[in-house]
Design a protein around this ligand. Structure first.
Ligand SMILES: CC(C)(COP(=O)(O)OP(=O)(O)OC[C@H]1O[C@@H](n2cnc3c(N)ncnc32)[C@H](O)[C@@H]1OP(=O)(O)O)[C@@H](O)C(=O)NCCC(=O)NCCS
Length: 189
């Protein structure tokens, strides 16, 4: 089950949109859409499902999402710099996405954590979530983040298993969120 993480790339438009439709179907479209309202100093972005179907908009979306890795890129005041990567399987199909926040705000410390992820429903229970978190831990370690905070809802059995399989150590539960610290430096084989 080889899986790799890749930066947003227009060549994945078709499978990205298919993944987005699947996630939207269960109410989780926000993992793959990017809709942020305007605020003073930031013009806002609307990369919703209907707009992303346009190849030009999709290309712009990929460029913007890649650029969020750069602190100079305009973003809402509450956002920190982050790395947004897509999970791609051995058939070159997008099966999910995973993001790494480079630092913690009080809200991220409490609720959101460093790393967030989603796997499209049709690709679940094949180990992709677990492998993707491990791969993102390497990215986090390269940025000096160790351990990484990863949270999930108390009743999210799958996400809890993903975190625990990656060595997550439960610190506490805050407002229904389990807060785990995941070591990102892995022993080399
Ligand atoms: C959480 C999520 C990313 C897991 O992705 P996945 O690719 O299915 O995860 P894996 O295949 O690596 O499965 C991890 C473990 O969870 C188990 N699992 C997966 N889905 C499950 C489910 N619905 N119920 C119970 N266990 C489940 C798997 O069997 C596996 O168990 P194991 O480690 O004992 O073998 C995916 O369910 C998802 O995208 N959910 C919606 C978004 C979300 O909740 N994101 C996380 C927010 S914190």
């Amino acid at each position: 089950m080889p899986l790799r993480l890749t930066g947003p790339d227009p060549r994945y438009q078709s499978s990205y949109l298919a993944a987005l439709r699947e996630l939207a179907g269960e109410g989780n479209g926000h993992y793959l859409e990017l809709v942020i309202p305007a605020e003073p100093g930031f013009p806002g972005v609307d990369y919703s499902l209907s707009r992303l179907a346009d190849p030009g908009v999709f290309e712009e979306f990929c460029a913007y999402t890649r650029a969020l890795d750069d602190p100079a890129t305009p973003k809402p005041s509450s956002w920190v710099t982050g790395t947004y990567l897509w999970m791609v399987d051995e058939t070159d199909t997008v099966v999910g996405r995973i993001s790494l926040r480079h630092e913690l705000t009080p809200w991220l410390e409490e609720v959101g954590g460093h790393i967030g992820y989603a796997v499209r429903p049709s690709a679940r229970r094949q180990g992709y979530g677990t492998v993707a978190l491990g791969l993102m831990c390497t990215v986090a370690a390269e940025r000096g983040i160790d351990p990484a905070l990863v949270t999930c809802d108390e009743d999210n059995v799958a996400s809890r298993k993903v975190i625990e399989s990656n060595g997550g150590v439960l610190e506490d539960v805050r407002n229904g969120k389990l807060r785990f610290w995941v070591p990102t430096e892995r022993p080399t084989a």
